[in-house]
Design a binder for this molecule. Sequence first.
Ligand code: TDX
Length: 352
Amino acid sequence: MISKDRFEKRIIVTGGAGFIGSNFLRRAVPRYRQYLFVNIDCLTYAGNLGNLKTVENDENYVFEKIDVRNDELLADCFEKYDVNAVIHLAAESHVDRSIIGPEAFIETNIRGTFNLLELARRRVHDFRFHHVSTDEVFGSIEDGLFSELSPYNPSSPYAASKASADYLVQAYHKTYRLDTVISNCSNNFGPYQFPEKLVPLTIRNALLKKEIPIYGDGGNIRDWIFVEDHCRALDLIFHGGRSGNTYNIGAGYERPNLDIVTGICRIIDRMLGDGPRERLITFVGDRPGHDRRYALDSSKIKSELGWEAVESFDQALENTVRWYLDNQEWLDDCISGEYLKYYEKNYSRRRN
Ligand code: TDX
């Protein structure tokens, strides 16, 4: 049984078994032994406890299988650990899924955030609430960069759900004086990303020599960031971000999708020597409401919190491809849902 009293902060990290959440926890748990990290995750298709093997037995880490939509279980968890901070990453996050079935996005991303805010409000005197959000709330931009003051203009149900959650967080700050910070980050890539997003999907299909779908003309631009740079930014914002503020996080590596995909094909060809894989690239119909370009102005986090992206884009992409090559079993398990057995074997019996 965990003795919560010895921890300076008791932090719920929602979505800790997901891509960004698990990268964050693998970094933060060993770094902050004075904090207790309570990972709550309901283990949807994109959540994988196998991502957390390096910290799963640490004394300042605990896992609770809870869905953020379940306000009763959340309330019990707040009570059990006397929680005084939330870093909220749990979300349905894939734009294409939100187009096919928006409801889960409304329920998880909006209702889930609301549930957490309501519990935080009851502890308002001693609480920090960090909402981890996305640049997609701003919509598309032809020229220039989005600043923290740019108007929200979401295009997909996913983006609208994250924008709604951001607005709720802002309202709880203004109305109830809850100590909040919001971070809006650009497109992440790196190890442990579920292979539905562009980078890991391309790597997987290139390895299997399957078609690599490019939506539209492949000229859509995203501002890419290596996930570890994002996680360092989250750490800085959680600790030093000014209450009620939002912070953009982008590395400024703007690339058209076609460049990303051809770049990955060439790296794999070089590593495995059996290309060319570029001929797998297949232009398919465009995504409805497809944003043309995202680009963030990150000068606020740089000047206030001293953050910089340290990974070069080329090196980070190369390392990412190498990781997927070395972890093909992880990729296969993701797709087959095999990793749920990991939960059954290692966690479900241990619950107290
Ligand atoms: O098969 C594909 N082919 C393709 O051309 C896929 C999956 C994507 N694309 C395009 C669509 C986008 O222009 O690649 C770009 C990136 O697509 P995604 O990986 O789906 O990401 P995006 O839609 O840009 O949203 C991402 O960034 C912001 C994440 O999915 C969000 O969760 C995050 O908030």
